[in-house]
Each structure stands twice: as structure tokens, then as C-alpha cells.
Write a protein that binds this ligand. Sequence first.
Ligand code: SF4
Ligand code: MG
Length: 333
Amino acid sequence: SDILLDVQNLRTCFPGKKKVIHAVNGVSFTVGYGEILGLVGESGSGKSATCRSIIQLLPFGGRIIEGKIIYKGDDIVKKSERGMRTIRGREIGMIFQEPMNTLNPVTTIGEQIQETLRNKGTSREQRKKRAIELLRLVNIPSPDKRIYEYPHQFSGGMRQRAMIAIALASEPKLLIADEPTTALDVTIQQQIMKLLLDIRNHFHMGIIMITHNLGVASQICDTIAVMYAGRIVEKAPASELFLNPQHPYTHGLMQSIPSADKKGSKLVPIAGHPPDLSVELQGCPFAERCPYCMDKCISEMPVPSYITEKHSCCCHLVGKLDFLNTNVGRSKE
Ligand code: SF4
Ligand code: MG
């Protein structure tokens, strides 16, 4: 099958100060081999919680209460902690926003890569050679010298490359990248995204890219799932999402993308706040912030409607709103 990961109706909750927080509320998506899926939304929309559920590394007290996570045909929700240890890192790699928190400051970059290779029954010499190859693959200059350096000797962009090299050392089939470029300046951001594309092509791996920036997602993702209040509110192939956005929240995110062609025009942030996830919602989670909210939106939760086979949206007004003809949207020329 072309499907590497199949997440079905995932629900995850965390203990809050007084009540339980329903961070992920029935999320479903697939990732194919060689596919880059973007999970896009504001902070607190459940992107990271979804991905941490996949690898079962949830903050204390967090648990999956429903759903299936089928990885290569196996439901890994049922796996023991011991079973998950053979999947984390080896099968499913992760890179984070700030590599400094993950890299070991007192160990050389080369040793940190070789550490990951240790299980593979290779000699020290072979591991060193492979570490150099991996650093070369992520475009670290003079990798044969750089392997002897420590994380603090690397720039921010190089540290993120080194993190990617470490994640790739065990040749995972799925890579989860949680805001990997958020802390970097725009030029370095572009280079890291180009690198993720190269890696996808080289290893034919699936990648889940978490970002709050729809513009970033549009550059490398094949498919984009827009998350709001622990739900996927719209999902489509990236090009289709931009040509024909259906959810008012997606449209709101599009209007808040800074881009060259909109220079001078003002960015419109989405006013208001996401709903309290400790209270069970009756209606649309976006109702409070939605300019198109109707009575029905408050009383009835919208379910996914399909605009095309691959384009779904949870909104009572699907097919009735035409953002791009009535408003700024994202002009192509
Ligand atoms: Fe807005 Fe109603 Fe659609 Fe929700 S269902 S996004 S409130 S129009
Ligand atoms: Mg996050």
C-alpha cells in the first residue's frame, strides 16, 4: 500500500488545572510514502499534541482516549512503552523547533550521530564514515572536520541541519518536523525547507510538517490539514487549498500570510481566541470568531463535507462562500 500512516478518529486529552483538556478531538488523516503533510494552525490547535500522540510521547498525564494510529499496517496505539521504543527514532524520527534543547552540549556532533548508528552492528570506522556522509547530505560544509565540533560551534541553521542528520541516521520512514524553521531567519528557513524536500526525495519518506504558518506549509507540503480546536477543519492538496479555500478559518490564515506580492497591503490577523477545550462544544468550534456565523453554527457541529475526493471541510457553508472572488485571498500574479 502507498499509505504509511493512517490516523483514525484520534482523541487525546490532558489533565488541566481543574478540568480535562480535550486537545485532540477526533482527528483523521493519512500520510503516504514520499508525501509531505502539513498540519497548520495557531498554537493550541492540537498539532503538536496530535504528533506527540503518534509517537506516544505525551506530556505528563496526557493520554489517547480513542482512535487508531495505523503505522505500516499495525495499530501502534496498543503498543507497550517497550514496543514504542523500537518505533521512536528508528521508524519515526522527530525534529523540533529549537535543536539546542535536544542536542547534547558536551558531546561532539559526530558522536551524537554515531550514537544513533550504534545499534546497527557496524564498526567505529564505518559509523564515522556514515556520520560524515549524513552531515554532507544535510549540506554541512567540511563535514570531515565538523564532526569533531560541539553544538555551540554550529550556527542556528547548522544545528537544525545536524538535528536532521541525527534523525536521518536510523533511516526512519516517517519524519515529524515540529516548527523546524520557526526560530530561523527567512533565508535559513528557505534552505531548511529545500533540505526537507531533498530528503523526502532521497529517502522516499513520509513527512509531517507542523507549522503555524500557512505560507511555509504551502511551499513544501503536498497536502495541508488545517487544524482548529483539536480538529481538522479543512484538508486538501496544497494547490487546491489555495485556489479554493472553503473554511472561513483557512481563509483567515491565508490573509495573515506575509508575502512579497502583498507588500504594502495590510495583514489581517484573525480576531478573538480559540474555544475552551475543557468544555464540550455543541456547535462549530470557530463560531465565536467566524464572520459568517449563523444560528445553526451555534447549535450544530459541522461534519466533513467533500468538495472533491481529497478536499474536505467542516463548515455549514461549504460551497456557499467564494472568498477569492470577493476578497484579497492570495493573488497569483
Ligand atoms: Fe463559520 Fe458556521 Fe462555518 Fe463554523 S460552520 S466556520 S461558524 S460558517
Ligand atoms: Mg506546538
